[in-house]
Design a protein around this ligand. Structure first.
Ligand code: GDD
Ligand code: MN
Length: 377
């Protein structure tokens, strides 16, 4: 362990004071970054009493062990080690709720964010000028130079979509760097989605313009060690969050993702059916069955990667889950056809009956998948 972090009189004095700000750091495989971040926080805050809460999702690289070691030398450091759960947003929410300072900040562990902005952000909260302060890459003075062209384009596009659909007014709602008054956060917390990456966007959209907001420019740097955990599923995740907020959270993000996957399944089904009929020249019944099996399998895989990414099945659980998913969907098909028939019986409008049946099928599949396939451990 690093010698520079031996507890000195300053640490003892500060630890006795109540923290004014709790810095929350979500971590997944960041063992080589956390000590440096800790040292930089210490250098940044000076005499201001602070604390840091690392929320680690049981990282395979044992980040939690490094943090635990830090916290044995400095009681201002804490570690929440979550087992059997994954997710950036959920980790941030839990970290903020586990702390009790009047202000909370969220910062990435990989030193891409500029921790020297934190005192300024705290001052804006303290003075009452703002209830939420965002570290922004897109206001004058900020930048995201470390982004490659592709990521910069995606980021700009998503920001535009968020602004237009959700009426978000800030320049960088996708930032992972912000500070907020804890009482305001506490009020919004029950409505926030624990799934996904976009916690700041969720906070802004959920507050519906009620949060006095300021932006502080910073330069998005390059990662110190390790690699990014954001993958291509982030786009779907973002779309789901926008839809959930547009429906006023009547429909959950998970259900929307399940629905999106189901829609992709329809395309898979029709494509398979086409191939089976035209190229393989199978009889219709066999071709239809083949389409259904292929679509169910692709739905299962996508749901496991996206909709239930926080409870992802692996190994034997994956095989068992797939078989259960087949059963659930087969029964769902009966429910679908049954409802469609009875609607058609009352009102012989084909599309109404078809849609009612399909909706019944999705709701059934969703409910039963949650109960049997990806049930909470
Ligand atoms: N606990 C926990 N669980 N932490 C996670 C998880 C998770 O499932 N996934 C990622 N993290 C942590 C990482 O360890 C890191 O500290 C932080 O969250 C950000 O993850 P990165 O993997 O470094 O994300 P990025 O650099 O690609 O994206 C950043 O910039 C985006 C803006 O372009 C993040 O700040 C995003 O939130 C932000 O939208
Ligand atoms: Mn990063």
């Amino acid at each position: 362990m690093n010698e520079a972090i031996n507890p000195g009189p300053e640490i003892a004095r500060q630890a006795a004071a109540l923290p004014e700000i709790s810095v929350v750091v979500p971590t997944f495989n960041e063992r080589d970054n956390v000590t440096t971040l800790y040292q930089r926080l210490e250098a940044t805050f000076g005499a201001t009493p602070w604390e840091v809460v690392f929320v680690d999702d049981n990282s395979p690289d044992h980040t939690w062990q490094v943090v635990r070691e830090l916290s044995r030398r400095d009681p201002r450091v804490r570690c929440i080690r979550r087992i059997g759960r994954r997710g950036l947003s959920g980790a941030c929410i839990e970290g903020i709720l586990a702390s009790s300072a009047p202000y909370a900040a969220v910062i990435d562990a990989d030193l891409q964010h500029d921790e020297t902005q934190l005192p300024k952000m705290l001052a804006l909260l303290r003075s009452g000028e703002a209830e939420l302060v965002i570290g922004s890459r897109y206001v004058e003075g900020g930048s995201a130079d470390s982004f490659d062209k592709q990521r910069a384009g995606i980021s700009a596009f998503a920001t535009e979509v968020a602004k237009r659909t959700l009426g978000v007014k800030v320049s960088d709602p996708m930032s992972g760097f912000f500070a907020i008054r804890r009482d305001r956060f506490e009020k919004l917390a029950p409505e926030l989605s624990t799934q996904g990456f976009k916690i700041l966007l969720d906070i802004i959209a959920t507050a519906r313009g009620e949060l006095r907001t300021k932006e502080v420019p910073f330069t998005f740097g390059t990662r110190l060690h390790g690699e990014s955990k954001l993958d291509s599923m982030v786009a779907m995740d973002f779309l789901g969050l926008v839809l959930a907020k547009l429906t006023g959270d009547v429909i959950s993000l998970r259900f929307i993702l399940f629905g999106l996957v189901g829609t992709s399944g329809l395309v898979v089904h029709l494509t398979t059916l086409f191939i089976a009929l035209r190229l393989l020249r199978l009889p219709f019944a066999e071709a239809q069955l083949m389409g259904a099996v292929v679509a169910m399998t692709s739905n299962f895989i996508l749901n496991n990667f996206l909709t239930y990414r926080d409870q992802r099945l692996t190994g034997f659980g994956l095989v068992r889950g797939l078989l259960l998913f087949y059963v659930v969907c087969s029964v769902g098909l009966f429910a679908n056809v049954g409802v469609a028939f009875s609607v058609y019986d009352q009102e012989p409008i084909w599309w109404l009956a078809g849609a009612a049946g399909a909706l019944m099928g999705v709701v059934w599949n969703y409910a039963m998948s949650g109960l049997f396939v990806w049930r909470k451990r």
